[in-house]
Design a protein around this ligand. Structure first.
Ligand SMILES: Nc1nc2c(ncn2[C@@H]2O[C@H](COP(=O)(O)OP(=O)(O)OP(=O)(O)O)[C@@H](O)[C@H]2O)c(=O)[nH]1
Ligand SMILES: [Zn+2]
Length: 211
């Protein structure tokens, strides 16, 4: 069994969250002040009736959208069961919303998360795989890092014989602005361990794609 350590770059990208959990929270008053500044900067009037509560609303929304910065995968993957299942476990079409770290607009889509349990047949709860996706999605992200972080968390915390993560997204920064190509989809994948084996990988991919 190959052991995969956390990638240093990934830890650096989301350092505080990777190192210690719940060590700081979203600073809502600071977000409110910044949103007020943005409204002024775009030529709006933050005192206008419709915008009066907007800084507070955005701060509340950001606290939710970036909650994953203050969560750690061990919080969800520590729930395991001895089901003696040694074959592929795959949860597919897990919907999620994330935030592009380049433009701070959403990207969204589905994640497919699978693993081949360790030899002792220890598995985690199915909902925990979806919770894992949210922990990493609710951060400023790029799709490639989201994909890698999910697969590395599986490897680190479940010690599986293999793992696969496929993520399909539409990026609002490519749809509503810039190149303006709504509907364009970006697909990323990451595999570890026995899922590198062509036959095993093909089986997983056919389950993922067989909608
Ligand atoms: N690889 C990768 N690129 C992303 C992701 N989200 C957004 N991008 C890209 O980040 C790039 C940022 O390019 P820049 O030239 O610095 O910024 P920009 O002038 O706003 O670029 P345009 O989007 O092309 O208008 C763009 O090509 C985006 O499509 C992601 O998850 N992964
Ligand atoms: Zn973007």
């Amino acid at each position: 069994m190959t052991h995969f350590d956390d990638d240093d770059d990934l830890a650096a990208a989301h350092g505080s969250a990777a190192g210690s959990k719940h060590d700081h929270k979203v600073d809502r008053p600071r977000i409110e002040a910044a949103v007020r500044e943005i409204l002024l900067a775009i030529g709006e009037d933050p005192e206008r009736g419709g915008l009066l509560d907007t800084p507070k609303r955005v701060a509340k929304a950001y606290a939710e959208m970036f909650a994953g910065l203050h969560q750690h995968p061990v919080d969800v993957l520590s729930t395991t069961f001895d089901l003696d299942h040694e074959e592929l476990v795959l949860v597919k079409d897990i919907p999620f919303y994330s935030t592009c770290e380049h433009h701070l607009v959403p990207f969204h889509g589905v994640a497919h998360v699978g693993y081949i349990p360790s030899h002792d047949g220890k598995v985690t709860g199915l909902s925990k795989l979806a919770r894992l996706v949210d922990i990493y999605a609710r951060r400023p992200q790029v799709q490639e890092r989201l994909t890698t972080q999910i697969v590395e968390a599986l490897v680190t915390h479940l010690n599986p014989r293999g793992a696969i993560v496929v993520v399909e997204c539409e990026h609002m920064c490519m749809s509503m602005r810039g190149i303006r190509k709504p509907g364009a989809k970006t697909v990323t994948s990451a595999v570890r361990g026995q899922l590198h084996d062509p036959a095993t990988r093909a089986e997983a991919m056919s389950l993922i794609l067989g909608r």
